[in-house]
Design a protein. Structure first.
Length: 246
């Protein structure tokens, strides 16, 4: 899929776009006293709350290719309902804190290829746990209107104390510069290292943590992430076997 014509191509343009979008993030949801979801809010995302999706990407830097996967699950059973992929050119150079600009064009294309519109999307990455409070999950949520959250494997640049050993134990993920809580270090399996949950858009932190626990009945990572990661890797492997005629 082609990169959008107006997509930022320089670090300065990307930083300016993050500053423009940051005030549009809505870091509350139905679990927050000030974030009760009304009819207008439900209409904004227009997704099916019975469905939840995971998105992930894989790269072939040698061929300048990125493959994004979107996998929709039934929230009640965690069965796969639908999956889609999109392949395109890498949209932006690798710059820490600006990874969304590399990944989002392909992710948006994969989501657009779905026939089901999920009520929530889980990103393998960050939301508000980002230096400018606009990680991939928040950026995606603002662009699509969907409810989003980030579940990352590492704490990025933020501080946390080790949560308790039991499933469901958590501790604050904090910005060392400001002391602000930007997410939670969450234990999804007993005795296994935590994941790092942050709000994306139109969801509160308590709901994001609850959603992550519901998606991790057997493994450390959410089922949404596990399925999307597997799909995008398979799709990239298939693309890599196709001769490059350019």
């Amino acid at each position: 899929m082609p990169i959008p014509a107006d997509w930022p191509t320089t670090e300065a343009e990307a930083l300016a776009e993050q500053e423009r979008l940051r005030p549009l993030v809505r870091p509350t949801g139905a679990d927050d006293a000030t974030g009760a979801t009304g009819a207008d809010d439900r209409a904004e995302g227009a997704g099916d709350d019975r469905l939840i999706a995971g998105v992930d990407v894989a790269y072939d830097d040698d061929r300048d290719l990125v493959v994004a996967a979107a996998v929709v699950l039934d929230r009640a059973t965690l069965a796969v309902v639908e999956e889609a992929t999109a392949t395109g050119r890498i949209a932006f150079p690798y710059i820490p804190g600006l990874l969304a600009f590399r990944e989002l064009p392909a992710v948006l294309d994969a989501l657009a290829a779905l026939t089901h519109r999920p009520g929530t999307v889980v990103c393998d990455g960050y939301g508000l746990a980002h230096p400018r409070r606009l990680g991939l999950a928040s950026h995606l949520g603002v662009l699509t209107g969907l409810r989003t959250l980030g579940v990352a494997k590492t704490p990025f640049t933020f501080d946390h104390r080790e949560p308790g050993p039991a499933r469901g134990d958590s501790s604050p993920l904090s910005d060392p510069a400001t002391g602000e809580e930007v997410g939670r270090a969450l234990r999804t399996r007993p005795g296994v290292k935590p994941v790092f949950v942050s709000v994306g858009h139109r969801i509160g932190l308590a709901e994001a943590v609850e959603t992550t626990l519901a998606l991790t009945p057997r493994y450390r990572l959410p089922e949404t992430t596990r399925h999307a990661d597997s799909l995008c890797r398979r799709a990239l492997a298939a693309e890599s076997r196709v001769p490059d005629v350019n």
